[in-house]
Design a protein around this ligand. Sequence first.
Ligand code: SF4
Length: 345
Amino acid sequence: MSIRDSRTEAGEGTSRAATIVERRAALGNRPYAPALPPLAVRLAAPRGFCAGVERAVRIVEAALLRFGRPVYVRHQIVHNDTVVAELEAKGAIFVEDLAEVPEGARLVFSAHGVAKAVTAAAARRGLAVLDATCPLVGKVHREAERHAAAGRHVLMVGHAGHPEVAGTIGQLPEGAITLVETLAGAEAVLPPPGPLAFVTQTTLSVEDTAEIVAALRRRFPGIVGPKREDICYATANRQAAVRAIAAGADLVVVLGGAHSSNTRRLCEVAKRAGAGRVRLLARPEDLAWEELRGVEVLGVTASASAPEALVEGLLRRLAGRFALAVEERRTAVEDVVFRLPPPLG
Ligand code: SF4
């Protein structure tokens, strides 16, 4: 549903209410039914799928079309249960351990990327691998490798346990890379003596990461790294967009998966930017009507792994209850498209 459609639905809601009023008037001089209460909705733009997620989902769909069922996928292809459920319905089987994949089967690596050890294990099992690692994550892998080849110890700014971080750390031999998670970590880290470099996870908070990197540069003036961290365009754009709708919003809804790093960062950014309340919402139907009590201005965004259908579903639900005035606030235009890998591209 487009924004215009949502307005139409709101209009339909209003005309339903008008019909009730006319019927009541025809029955006698009874009280008028109230019109739908107004709700101003600010839509962040850009929002939703990024080029890396689009590509990863298309890789699984194209593999299913070309090679038939089943296609195995290591880890959630992207951190969104709706996307995963739709691909499962089409014949994808999601696994965490390569031992669950029959020898010789077709396997897709998720957009988060994998450690070299995983690639090697897949080769040992004779699996036909399609790599859906986002090219921007792959770029960080190559940066890390380049630094290690130049004799630099690498500090990785990121969150422990996230598959992207495990994949990047796993590009280098043990001991060649150290994880830094927080500003306190940056102040305390004691890398081995010698040249240093840093890389970052792609889906971090722009503000937090700038502080961490500033601390690393202050403590280790010779440290080598990217000019503006490795945070990807999609993460940075979605954070800027949610910042633009958050101030003055009574509630900001962030559609996305609870395990998704970029979803959680959008919640933090919205809160910091002045949203009254912030709600991470996996599915539109999870929003209880009581949560909208007293809300006059609602901000809506979706993380890089959340399909636009979730935003449309939320607007449809809201239009049944409120007279919506939807305003999209665009802070950037995106035209990034990544090609599919061979043999699909
Ligand atoms: S969020 Fe950024 S790094 Fe992650 S898949 Fe999307 S474009 Fe790639």
